[in-house]
Each structure stands twice: as structure tokens, then as C-alpha cells.
Design a protein around this ligand. Structure first.
Ligand code: ADP
Ligand code: MG
Length: 479
């Protein structure tokens, strides 16, 4: 039997506010344990939560950006459960009426673009953290994270492969960073995902029973966890078993998922409207103001890159996958004399591979947009060939020439030979050294010219202008 998988994601986006969602304590990451949790965050008797307006505006901004309904009135609810990192016994969340309903994101798949529907996005507070390591066999509780504002974004079960799930996550990640509502730091848990997955026989329309993979904080781990889960569920069903509705944890070291607990049903949480908080109202005027302030969104930027800079869809998609990459590109282009495709190739190719190798962010690149732009100018005006330019790039990366492209080219003697006389000299030497190949070219085997060009390039250590070499070879061999 052939199976297909069905995936729906719940993404917890930590909103970039200075203070907590219902109190004035700081949200800064990395403080010593339990120094940033006040009486409200841990729900001591007699305290009252006060809504952080900034968090509401951020949630509404998200809703506008995904074409959702931002509900004029939404309601906070208590989600009741016991867990050591939740001393007050309930989490303030939204249930029946969330701040954002509907909306969608479009992802690129092998079969073309696909719309993934968003069910809702609701505001809630984060819980504390249990620390199981370094406690001499005991577990510690750090409540600093309690009350940190989260926007939980829930998708419809529209995703059909681990690859689509990752594409959706990356799209969402780029979006919330562009909107400046989340710093997107996955290692610190600012953007984390619960992946729900079930399988069903291909052609079946009813949903199978899902497993929920909790709190995965890397794109790669989401993909691996989902692949593992598909195989596991198929083998359970094929050996006659049934899938349990449960919460599972992914273990990246062992590359497998383990059952953590049976999955609660919503009614187990006894949701009820929080009596401490009035309904949350957002005025139409506020919404219109937020709409007017929306930045250019990644999809729009991608479309503009295609039309304004004549880039391919792939190049434009890669460049707009992160705001900082797109910013780098546009900034480099200011220096690059309109060579948009060359700039795109250099950024998506050479620059990315150096960044990956050095594990750096594009904002940390030792080669600045201005340097790359200047280098592209020098390719364009034939000072250096594309091949030599890579050498210049490497030198700039290592901080040579004080970051000045021309200084590096001069110091390393990399100026391209465009002087026809100099090229003619090398060409005639190469013709003498390879009489057989020269004869082949003369008798019409045009392809062999490539070999001859290669020999001239070799003789000039890559500094000759390949086009000039080509022309000179034709002139000397074919007249
Ligand atoms: P809960 O909080 O109980 O996990 P939610 O409604 O918040 O429930 O989230 C459910 C998520 O699981 C949604 O993203 C939804 O698309 C997805 N989902 C629901 N049923 C299935 C299923 N059978 N297979 C895969 N995903 C599912
Ligand atoms: Mg869930």
C-alpha cells in the first residue's frame, strides 16, 4: 500500500518586546536563573496581569501580513495543567477567539507554488524551563522565561512532505524577521515548532491519527524528525498496529523520536475565559496605521527582484529568503554598476559558500557589500576575469589590502591581460606547442578551440581575458 503523510505545524514565535506579556519584567535572554520572574509571571495570589500593548500590535501586524482577519475583539483563556515549570497551574492563552484567524503563506514546491492555510495565531505566555543537566541528578527550575510573549501560529494540515514543512517554516521565519516581531534565534528558542504528522493510504481523504513532535528548534531537525516519523508510522501500520495519539520528542543524537506522553484532548485543559483580563479590543484605526507601516514583505520583494533586476525566480527566492541577504544584495548593487545577475551569482554562490564554511551570518561577512560591488565593477570593466576575481575575493575575506579591491588586485599582480599584443604573443606560442590541435581547429573542429583557450589561460595564470584570447586564436588559425 502506498501512504501519504499529512503535516500541520504549530510554531511558537517569541515576540521581540522588552518586557513580558503581562508584567514589566525583562525578557532579555541569558540572565541568571530566576532573576527576571516577578510575582505576576509566577502567578502569586493577589496579582493582576496587565496586557503589554506592544505584543498586541505585533500579533496584529502578523495577521495583516498573512492576509488574515485580525479580530476586533479576542479573549484570553486559562489553559489549566500541572507542570513544574508552571507554578501557577495555568497558562494564559487564547482559545475560542484568537487575535488572528485565517490567512495563508505561499511556498514553492516541485509542482509549483502552493498555498498553506493558517488556521489561527494566538497570543500566550511562555512557561519557565526545567533544567535537567548539571544539577547533580536533580532538576532545577528557571522561571525567567515565564510570561515571555509568544505568538502561536497554527497551520491547517496542508503540508504533504517534510520538505514542504521546512519550506513553510523558512517562509514564516523570514516573514516574522522582516516584520521585526521576532529575532528568529532558533538556538535560543525564539522560533520553535511542534510538528503534527499522520499518514494515510494515498487517495484516502479522512485524516489519520497524529503524533505531535514537540519543540523542535532547527529546520534540519524538523525534516529529520518527520522522515523518521513517517517510516515509524508506516511500519506500525504495516505490522498490523495502530498509531497512538501522543506527544513525542525528537532526539537529534540518536536521530529518532520517543514517546513522551499521551496527547491530551482540548477538553482536558478546562479552558475558560481568564477573569483577570478583559476582552482584547483592537480598533480599526490602529489596524489601518499598522497596515500603513508594513514593510515590503519577502514575496513582494522577490517579485520586485525579478522584475526590477531581471533575476531568475530561483535567484530572487534565495536572495529574499532572509532580509539581510536581500539587503546585502541591494547594497552591493549600488556599487556594482547595475550588474544584478552577476551580483546575484556571487552572493548565492561564492559568498554563501564562504559564509557556510566559516559558520558566519551574512551581516558578519568580512567582505562587505561595498567590497563585493567594487569587485563586480572590476570584472565588468575587464580588470580581472571571473576566475581571478575569486582569488581577489579570498584575499578580501582574509582582510588583505585593507578591504580595498584595487589594492588587492595590484598587490597580487592580478590585473587581467587585455592588451592584444601581449595576448597575441602567448597565442602564437601555444599554437606552436600544440600543432596537432591547431590543425584540428584549422580543419573546422571548432570545439578544439576551447582546449587552446585553456592552454593560453594556463600560460597566463588565468589572467588573460578569455574573450580576447578566443578572438585572437580564431584570427591566427582561421584568418
Ligand atoms: P493541539 O494544541 O491539541 O496540538 P491544535 O489545534 O493547536 O491542537 O493544533 C493541531 C495542529 O495539528 C494543527 O497544525 C493541525 O493542522 C495539525 N493536525 C491536526 N490533525 C492532524 C492530523 N490528523 N495529521 C496531521 N496534522 C494534524
Ligand atoms: Mg499542539
Amino acid at each position: 500500500m502506498e501512504f501519504e503523510c499529512v503535516i500541520g505545524l504549530e510554531v511558537h514565535v517569541q515576540l521581540m518586546t522588552q518586557s513580558k506579556i503581562f508584567s514589566g519584567s525583562s525578557t532579555a535572554y541569558g540572565a541568571s536563573a530566576n532573576t527576571q520572574a516577578c510575582a505576576v509571571d509566577i502567578g502569586l495570589p493577589g496579582v493582576l496581569p496587565v496586557m503589554n500593548c506592544e505584543a498586541v500590535l505585533m500579533a496584529a501586524t502578523f495577521g495583516l501580513a498573512v492576509g488574515a482577519t485580525v479580530n476586533p475583539v479576542s479573549v484570553f483563556a486559562r489553559k489549566n495543567y500541572f507542570y513544574p515549570d508552571l507554578p501557577k497551574g495555568y497558562q494564559i492563552s487564547q482559545y475560542e477567539i484568537p487575535v488572528v484567524s485565517g490567512g495563508s503563506l505561499e511556498i514553492a514546491t516541485e509542482e509549483g507554488n502552493k498555498v498553506i492555510r493558517i488556521t489561527r495565531a494566538h497570543l500566550e505566555e511562555d512557561a519557565g524551563k526545567s533544567l535537567h543537566e548539571d544539577f547533580h541528578g536533580m532538576t532545577g527550575i528557571d522561571l525567567n522565561r515565564a510570561g515571555t510573549p509568544l505568538l502561536e501560529i497554527v497551520s491547517e494540515p496542508d503540508l504533504r512532505s517534510p520538505g514542504e514543512a521546512v519550506a513553510y517554516l523558512k517562509k514564516l521565519h523570514a516573514l516574522v524577521r522582516t516584520l521585526k516581531i521576532c529575532d528568529g534565534n532558533m538556538q535560543e528558542g525564539s522560533f520553535r515548532c511542534d510538528a503534527n504528522i499522520s499518514i494515510r493510504p494515498r487517495g484516502e481523504t479522512a485524516l489519520g491519527t497524529r503524533a505531535e513532535l514537540k519543540n523542535i528548534n532547527s529546520f534540519r531537525f524538523v525534516e529529520r524528525a518527520l522522515h523518521y516519523e513517517i517510516d515509524r508510522q508506516i511500519s506500525v501500520i504495516e505490522s498490523g498496529g495502530t498509531i497512538a495519539q501522543e506527544t513525542r520528542l525528537y532526539d537529534p543524537d540518536a536521530d529518532l523520536t520517543r514517546s513522551m506522553r499521551g496527547k491530551e484532548e482540548a477538553h482536558d485543559y478546562r479552558y475558560f475565559p481568564d477573569p483577570d483580563l478583559p476582552p482584547l479590543a483592537i480598533s480599526r484605526a490602529d489596524l489601518e496605521q499598522l497596515r500603513a507601516q508594513l514593510p515590503e514583505l519577502p514575496d513582494a520583494r522577490q517579485a520586485r527582484f525579478i522584475s526590477e533586476y531581471q533575476l531568475s525566480e530561483d535567484d530572487a527566492a534565495q536572495l529574499t529568503s532572509e532580509t539581510e541577504i536581500a539587503d546585502y544584495f541591494e547594497s552591493a548593487l549600488e556599487q556594482a554598476g547595475g550588474e544584478s545577475r552577476l551580483a546575484a551569482n556571487w552572493i548565492n554562490g561564492e559568498l554563501m559558500s564562504w559564509l557556510n564554511k566559516s559558520d558566519l551570518l551574512i551581516t558578519e561577512s568580512p567582505v562587505t557589500p561595498a567590497m563585493l560591488g567594487q569587485l563586480i565593477q572590476r570584472i565588468r570593466d575587464n580588470t580581472v576575469s571571473g576566475t581571478t576575481a575569486k582569488e581577489v575575493f579570498a584575499a578580501l575575506w582574509d582582510g588583505e589590502g585593507g578591504g580595498n579591491v584595487d589594492t588587492v588586485i595590484e598587490k597580487k599582480g592580478l590585473t587581467q591581460i587585455t592588451d592584444t599584443e601581449a595576448i597575441a604573443g602567448v597565442v602564437s606560442k601555444v599554437i606552436q606547442a600544440f600543432p596537432k590541435q591547431a590543425e584540428q581547429v584549422r580543419s573546422g573542429e571548432e570545439k578544439v578551440i576551447g582546449f587552446m583557450v585553456g592552454q593560453v589561460m594556463k600560460a597566463t595564470s588565468g589572467k588573460a581575458n578569455p574573450q580576447a584570447v578566443n578572438e585572437e586564436l580564431k584570427k591566427q588559425l582561421l584568418g
